[in-house]
Design a binder for this molecule. Structure first.
Ligand SMILES: Cc1ncc(COP(=O)(O)O)c(C=O)c1O
Length: 341
């Protein structure tokens, strides 16, 4: 739980939801295994708590973006396999070997650094090689890819455990997006076939993020790498509706909730609502009690400040049984009634 110092608002992370979501996604992608993506402090949920819950929930391993993120997980006594998704920075190979992290390699120079680091510790080390099939963020281009794999295969210090790629628009619902995802998977399949024809059979082939895992069964291969899904979110409507279309699908549960202490309550007549000058989601949340169920939305996030603007300031009602303190007060009250209408 992360608590603000002065504002009585906080985020709560329900690790049982993480375990639940891992179970739901695992059943969906079987026989593929699931790797829980806990980069960027588990998308802000807290990497050590989420990482431990993910392994308890049946994840085969964890994935991080940075070597240091992996080292932090090791320091919290997580012993499961940890895949580093980004290229290693200078000096990263030695840290990865010392931390028992599985690096992703996409250049021959990267392979050489890993060999040197593994040799220095006298170990042999598992690595994955990434093929860029079209996202163009990281990974070896199709010409380099086979050189990188060959360099790994010829190094006694390294074991080729996996090859992978990353889908750029698996969450996209347009024909163009779908065609591009198919193209990326075709390119990946071609590369795998070329490796197989040279008797190179990496045990773990993977391509899918959450959108791929849910909406692209052909992208599941041996392992899927889920981030969003394990936190209880599905990307975009296209993916959510595919997930919900199967009557056997159990819904994911959001792991994060934002809470705040109630410091003040008001009772407003329904017709007062137009006086609110709040951002749309907050207005919806306030108004939702008076709306048909189909229009109800999630509650407003706590950082939305509600400003209730009153056109006229009313003085406090004078004390008294019926609030009537003579002609002056009656005049004031009828004036207030007129302006308040
Ligand atoms: C390489 C890679 N794989 C998988 C994921 C998980 O993606 P998602 O959160 O959409 O499941 C990410 C996240 O950015 C990623 O960078």
């Amino acid at each position: 739980m992360a608590e603000g110092r002065t504002r009585p608002a906080w985020a709560e992370v329900d690790v049982s939801a993480i375990r639940h979501n891992i179970g739901v996604l695992r059943r969906l992608v079987e026989p593929a295994a699931l790797c829980a993506v806990v980069k960027a402090d588990a998308y802000g949920h807290g990497a050590t708590a989420v990482g431990a819950a993910a392994i308890e929930g049946g994840a085969a391993g964890l994935a991080v973006a940075l070597v240091d993120e992996g080292v932090e997980l090791r320091e919290s006594k997580i012993t499961a396999p940890i895949l580093v998704l980004s290229d290693l920075p200078p000096g990263g190979a030695a840290k990865a070997v010392a931390g028992g992290l599985t690096p992703t390699l996409s250049s021959v120079e990267g392979v050489e650094e890993m060999v040197t680091a593994a040799r220095a510790l006298g170990t042999s080390h598992s690595v994955h090689v990434k093929l860029d099939t079209g996202m163009h963020r990281m990974g070896a281009d199709p010409q380099q890819f086979f050189d990188v794999v060959a360099a790994v295969m010829s190094a006694r210090e390294l074991r080729l455990e996996g090859v992978w790629t990353h889908l750029a628009v698996a969450d996209g619902g347009t024909d163009e997006d779908r065609a591009f995802t198919d193209l990326q998977l075709d390119r990946f399949d071609d590369a795998l076939a070329r490796l197989a024809s040279a008797d190179v059979l990496p045990p773990v082939r993977h391509a899918a993020n959450t959108a791929g895992a849910v909406a692209w069964p052909r992208s599941r291969y041996d392992l899927v790498r889920c981030g969003l899904g394990i936190y209880g979110e599905l990307p975009l409507g296209a993916v959510s509706s595919i997930f919900g279309a199967d009557p056997g699908t159990v819904p994911l549960r959001p792991a994060l909730s934002i809470k705040a202490q109630v410091v003040s309550t008001r009772t407003l007549r329904c017709r007062r609502a137009p006086l609110l000058r709040a951002p749309a989601p907050a207005r919806r949340a306030l108004a939702c009690r008076h709306r048909p169920a189909r229009l109800r939305r999630r509650p407003a996030p706590c950082h939305v400040r509600l400003r209730v603007r009153s056109a006229h300031r009313r003085p406090a009602a004078p004390a008294g049984r019926d609030g009537d303190h003579g002609p002056d007060h009656r005049r004031l009250r009828s004036r207030l009634h007129r302006v308040g209408r």
